[in-house]
Design a protein around this ligand. Structure first.
Ligand code: ASP
Ligand code: MG
Length: 422
């Protein structure tokens, strides 16, 4: 017997039929003798619709009312899931964030969970009930409804496990059957990983693999909550295999690196398109200049990604290049040009339409030559590299968007990630 928290994403809750199908996964776990708590997202598309209504009502709305409206999607699905489970003969009731309570700070729209009181959930689960908890929402110190930021239900689920009920597993049900070595739409030979380490998943999520919300992975890593990413579209009555990495497990286990026997040098290849690059030439080489430049961008809420600064040859001036999303390019250029004398440069140049391609793998830590082999693989395809950045377990390059798919395919093959039988 185990204690499990299961989370269903929007497509798994899209309509009554889908909710019923998802509930059968819960039923199977209950009948296997497990204690189960459920965390749900709103029906797919619902949150976007609610956000749209808020903006239509007023561009300058109160963030507290935004949360009151936008959190409602999860209240609907939590209630419906409890009803469907009860109809299947399972004792169940819904919990809104404030009823648990899931306490957060008061950063409306992007609140952080500060504390979850496990008493009621714990008692219910011990008594054989299945509590169904609204994902994405909580309650502020002032008693107002808060939301955790888009995609926040993953974080709710991890937090319920970590902080509250001490579950053995957190199963994240979604519309794909796991985490892939790269986007299967680009590389049909992409493979589902049986296991991936927290750190690799963190890189993959921040590089644009949208299976899990970034913050939920951070939290899972901090509290060592093992996550099983799997599909709710699976047959709920098919035989189940323990989620310990045994071949045939219906999903991808996100776990500690120590649990992964065979460490790949490169485990995955990711792609983020629509990256613009900006270069400032002849920037004064003195303390505080980079702080001023990036402070100016941060003040505008512009997120900067790759940053490259060269050393000053003459000790006087240097060049700084960095990337921002294409959508922020014009805003960034304007902010740099009108900086109120905070910093000086000779020229600004830049362009939209770049693509960041990255290879990720914990094995990189102990292997030389990953970067050079990556550059070689790209050179063989005649692809020019514009920018390079690295971290301990990742190497990223910026290239022309036109070659993005070609680069991903080439690297996937080069590092031996292609599925054998495809
Ligand atoms: N419904 C929320 C959203 O779409 C939270 C979630 O689905 O995780 O962002
Ligand atoms: Mg979602």
């Amino acid at each position: 017997m185990a204690r499990i928290v299961v989370k269903f994403g929007g497509t798994s809750m899209a309509n009554i039929e889908r909710i019923r199908h998802s509930a059968l996964h819960v039923k199977r776990e209950v009948e296997a003798g497990n204690e189960v708590a459920v965390v749900v997202s709103a029906m797919s598309g619902k949150t976007n619709e609610l956000v749209g209504w808020v903006n239509e009502a007023s561009k300058l709305h109160d963030a507290r009312e935004y949360d009151a409206v936008v959190a409602s999607g999860e209240q609907v699905t939590a209630g419906l899931m409890a009803i469907v489970l009860a109809e299947m003969g399972i004792q169940s009731r819904s919990f809104s964030g404030w009823q648990v309570p899931i306490k957060t700070d008061d950063a409306h729209g992007a609140a952080r969970i500060t504390e979850i009181d496990p008493t009621e959930l714990d008692k219910r689960m011990k008594d054989g009930w299945v509590p169904v908890i609204t994902g994405f929402q909580g309650i502020s110190p002032h008693g107002r409804v808060t939301t955790l930021g888009r995609g926040g239900s993953d974080t709710s689920a991890v937090a319920v496990v970590a902080a509250a009920v001490g579950a053995d597993r957190c199963d994240i049900y979604t519309d794909v059957d796991g985490v892939y070595t790269t986007d299967p739409r680009i590389v049909p030979k992409a493979q589902r990983m049986t296991k991936i380490s927290f750190e690799e998943m963190l890189e993959m999520a921040s590089l644009g693999a949208k299976v899990l919300m970034l913050r939920s992975v951070e939290m899972a890593m901090a509290y060592k909550v093992r996550l099983l990413v799997r599909s709710s579209f699976d047959d709920p009555n098919a035989p189940q295999i323990a989620p310990d990495g045994t071949p045939g497990v219906p999903g991808t286990l996100v776990c500690d690196e120590d649990e992964i026997m065979e460490k790949q040098i490169v485990s995955g290849v990711t792609l983020a398109k629509a990256e613009a690059k900006i270069t400032l030439r002849d920037v004064k080489d003195k303390p505080g200049v980079a702080a001023a430049i990036f402070g100016q961008l941060a003040d505008q809420g512009i997120i900067v990604d790759m940053i490259v600064q060269n050393i000053a040859d003459d000790g006087a001036t240097t060049d700084i290049t960095f990337t921002v999303p294409d959508s922020e390019y014009d805003k960034a250029v304007k902010a740099l040009e009108n900086n109120g004398g905070k910093f000086e440069y000779a020229r600004l140049s830049g362009s939209k339409g770049g693509a960041k391609v990255s290879v990720v793998g914990v094995g990189m830590r102990s292997h030389a030559g990953v970067a050079s082999s990556m550059f070689k693989a790209l050179a063989d395809k005649g692809i020019n590299i514009q920018l390079i950045t690295t971290s301990e377990i990742k190497t990223s390059v910026l290239i022309d968007e036109e070659y993005a798919e070609l680069a991903v395919r080439a690297l996937h093959t080069y590092y031996g990630l292609d599925k054998k039988d495809a």
